[in-house]
Design a protein around this ligand. Structure first.
Ligand SMILES: [Zn+2]
Ligand SMILES: [Zn+2]
Length: 328
């Protein structure tokens, strides 16, 4: 679901009137494959290629920021902590505004062109609800990035000071390293379902809220903030209460359980930071294409997870988008 080069090329193709705008860049026969071939491809290959932006940012952080900071990280000093925060905030204010511009800006030729036809809800939330709505989403998104930057600093300090085991040579354990790296995407989808589901009422709300429902309590006090964006846009994804940010980012805490490479942590962290953009951009393919989660914002008690690890079909909470079926 994450935006990447294929989304940008697809949007540009759509804008310039090309019919095969959503063809995956190198797999041009995808639509002619059988159902199971496409499913196998999606689950084994595409879900990883789809995370190219997050992986690139994680690599950049490892090869650029770690050499500048890690040797000092055994003690808390302003300089290295500041660099880590600066890198993260720079990532936020590059990726989020860029996708906002492409999909929603008044002066963007793309947002005002044929891409607008792909919007699930034709109303632009940032024009309809005004500056306060946008400012609230930017503020809470930034609080999310600040929290994840802080978590990154804590892990760097734990590793550098010898308090937590890790290994720095990725290829010293090639099979383990690749296995954990590929697992991050499935783990993130699994974790997202459960960390999200437990912030909605645990029992059916058809007959009202049950007394003592912890999920209803968490929804009312924390998760409802995320649901103020009924018609989501790119800034809605990380617009959460800091308590929800805490639960959300625990997906990247797995280095507490076993020794891994910092890149594993960074990949999980940046998936959590950047992944929500396309999951909430409110447009069908060739933009984010996240009708699944759009319906969660529109109807609340459905589609809690993601299509990758589909607990919703298993537990009967799946809702299909019928107005404009997704065309891959
Ligand atoms: Zn959401
Ligand atoms: Zn929710």
């Amino acid at each position: 679901m994450t935006f990447g080069i294929h989304n940008i090329v697809g949007i540009h193709r759509l804008h310039t009137g090309q019919k095969n705008y959503s063809t995956p860049l190198i797999f041009k026969t995808y639509k002619q494959w059988s159902y199971w071939q496409r499913k196998a491809f999606d689950y084994l290959i595409w879900c990883h290629l789809d995370r190219a932006v997050e992986f690139s940012v994680a690599l950049l952080c490892w090869f650029w920021i770690f050499p500048l900071t890690f040797s000092e990280a055994n003690e808390w000093h302003f300089q290295w902590v500041f660099r880590v925060f600066l890198f993260n905030i720079a990532c936020e204010f590059t990726t989020y505004p860029f996708w906002h511009w492409i999909t929603h800006a008044r002066r963007s030729p793309y947002a005002q062109g044929p891409l607008h036809e792909k919007k699930f809800n034709p109303v632009n939330p940032y024009e309809d609800k005004g500056q306060d709505h946008l400012l609230r989403e930017i503020t809470f998104t930034t609080l999310g990035w600040l929290q994840s930057s802080f978590v990154q600093c804590i892990f760097m300090w734990l590793w550098a000071s010898g308090r937590l085991p890790y290994y720095g040579d990725f290829w010293s354990r090639p099979f383990f390293s690749i296995f954990i790296l590929l697992s991050v995407t499935y783990w993130s989808a699994f974790h997202f379902y459960w960390s999200h589901r437990f912030m909605h009422p645990w029992w059916s709300v058809r007959n009202g809220i049950r007394e003592g429902d912890i999920g209803a309590f968490l929804y009312r006090h924390f998760h409802s903030l995320h649901h103020r964006s009924h018609n989501p846009g790119p800034w809605s994804g990380l617009s959460m209460h800091p308590v929800e940010h805490f639960f959300y980012y625990t997906r990247a805490y797995f280095p507490l359980l076993f020794s891994c490479h910092p890149l594993h942590f960074l990949y999980a962290k940046f998936q959590a930071d950047i992944g929500p953009i396309s999951g909430h951009d409110g447009h069908d393919n060739p933009a984010g294409g996240a009708a699944f989660h759009y319906l969660h914002h529109a109807f609340f008690e459905c589609n809690y997870g993601t299509p990758l690890i589909d607990f919703d079909r298993l537990f009967g909470t799946y809702k299909q988008f019928v107005k404009k079926p997704i065309n891959k």
